[in-house]
Ligand binder design. Sequence first.
Ligand code: ADP
Ligand code: MN
Ligand code: MN
Ligand code: MN
Length: 336
Amino acid sequence: MNKVKLEYIWIDGHQPTQKLRSKTKVLDGPIENLDQIPDWGFDGSSTNQAEGTDSDCLLKPAFLAPDPVRGEDSFLVMCEVMNADGTPHKTNMRAACKVTANKFLSEEPWFGIEQEYTFFQGRSPLGWPEGGYPAPQGPFYCGVGADEVFGRDIVEDHMEACIEAGLEISGINAEVMPGQWEFQIGPIGTLDAGDQVWLARYLLYRIAEDYGVSATLHPKPVAGDWNGAGAHTNFSTKAMRAEGGIKIIEAACEKLKEKHAEHIEAYGAHNEERLTGLHETCSVREFRYGVSDRGASIRIPMQTANEGKGYLEDRRPSANMDPYLVCAMLLETTCG
Ligand code: ADP
Ligand code: MN
Ligand code: MN
Ligand code: MN
């Protein structure tokens, strides 16, 4: 009988930004689907999810993918964290996202998330001179050449791993700040967007580990005249994609305007350091939407305006946002 390695992955209780944790279970195979994967537990007092005197939290397998790192007979198991009584733990954002996703299923929502991130080696972004700065921004975005982009081998490995894991990765590019990159997940449904972005983050950290490099989702990893890192969330419903959809998109923008402060609250910690009104952002205190406007809160892509249907891009979420929270909130605000 083959031994199967299962990497149980969950989201901890770290504040203000939750982090990923994982541990391995070895089982007798074969394993073919989620139903065959047992619940598990962990020490919640070590993850800011419980007190030491009553420390057990439950891991409930929620999403299964082949593990591209270990290969054959190995799986990644994205879990929900539950209380001992089987109810969702207060740090479990997936449970609420699932309820919202089901509530708005008939809208047929699609999400495409652009996950930006920054590689670090030691205390500097990857490729930066130790303790110093590279040349000013300008040539690095979508650059090519060893003097322009840093970490491409990791990025390629990560993209391949996402594909092998069955994730809907739809592209990668080098970003404006050297050492900063982006991958895109989608377009896919609400809960899948959350699961897949979190799993893709896990794979990014795990693969970069082998290179002695870390990846951070901090929205402003380097202060000053350097671009921050966001997670632009592209969003559409069936009605937005249909003839005359632009009207629905504009109405959605008006609804988002009303709830700007609440959305910002949920769009990631330290985001105000990034949303300054400079570096292709709109100030955190303002809400603006416009066609092709990369200085707006919401951009309506040129093609969407031209065709009179399509999607909108919420440019406000920061790189460290929780996709379960952001996607659910976009649905509630625009379709609720
Ligand atoms: P940008 O020009 O802002 O850099 P990207 O190409 O990086 O855009 O990302 C756009 C994302 O939007 C992709 O993930 C893509 O799959 C997604 N997308 C495309 N069409 C739709 C749609 N109708 N609804 C939701 N997301 C979409
Ligand atoms: Mn992009
Ligand atoms: Mn980008
Ligand atoms: Mn974008």
